[in-house]
Design a protein around this ligand. Sequence first.
Ligand code: SAH
Length: 394
Amino acid sequence: MSGRKRVVLKSGKDQSLRRYHPWVFSGAIKKTIGNPVEGDVVDVYDNKENFLATGHYQPGSIAVRVLSFLQVTPDIGFFRDKISAAVGYRRTLGLINNPSLNVFRLIHAEGDHLPGLIVDYYNGVAVMQMHSVGMYRLRREIASVIAEVMKGYVTAVYDKSEATIPYMSGVKAENEFLIGDSEPVTVTENGFKFTIDWVKGQKTGFYIDQRENRRLLGAFSGGRSVLNMFGYTGGFSVYAMRDAASVHTVDSSLPAIEMAGQNVRLNYGDDPRHKTFGVDAFDYLDNIRDKYDLIILDPPAFAKHNNVLSNALQGYKRLNMRAIEQIKPNGIIFTFSCSQVVSRENFRKSVFVAAANTGRNVRIIHQMSQPPDHPVNIYHPESEYLKGLVLFVE
Ligand code: SAH
């Protein structure tokens, strides 16, 4: 198709696209043709005029996010097909029209072949986050397709892209409802209730990706004194409270900790077994020797870029060391990393070094990941970001 804007790669820089990796890094580009600007649709060619892919152009480190390895016109029909496929996949997972679960990820960017687009579903409200200007330009069309494809299940679509659009872009995004309107809603996850506030909350409002790990945690909590570090709005705490002897939720964000208290009350009323602490995690961990027999460590992403990787690994080591040192004998630790640049192997090594420094016997009894509504595109290993270990500390 002539007249389309092009990105031409340097010799030898076509290999990752030929293996279906959906990103083109700026360093791989030889030249552009047609003067593409951020958000434009471009065709990517190798330096011998062979077509490779169609995607959204974005000046910056990730210069093209691939929409298709066929030469397509990404119009509303294209997005309807992709979004319908994402919804159909969630239907096969049993997530749609499920009375005990009405909170899930509806679209997981590269994992659903829609790079730059995240959509989370909260009991009738879809919350979108766009990570590229190409997707942001299409926000109204995408919102209407979501409402159409999820007819009967979606009454409002909120766009929360203000903080996720690339910061160098000239686009000034505003958070707003594109369809309908809604106050915060109450959702049900595996039978537990949570109030979700996408306006005030972090990310789209809730860490949906920990759903299956919260369920596993629930199964380990019986009779234990539980410490939920980096507890946010109390996801793990609510599951633990079903059978635990006590649950302490720690987070440095005061609005988060207040919501954690509210979510526990929503499920259990005023229950003296639960306490919240709005303090820094590292300060709290200074003095907890023999106080807890189950500790959850779910810190924010320490590493956002490769150049801080070693600092991040140090951070995981320090954090895990404090917990392993001080937990009661025969204690259990749920420890996580959600950093995309920290591999499963590297995370495990940090925990290994932490354990070795304490001299205690530590066994790995479960390995955790992200749930199937956060699918990992096999050609895009970066989509696997959440990893966790359940440790048994003698
Ligand atoms: N476990 C949560 C998600 C945790 S997100 C869930 O399942 O919902 C990470 C949390 O760590 C955020 O709520 C953030 O406010 C908190 N946080 C970041 N730095 C912190 C620190 N130094 N001390 C305590 N909490 C911190």
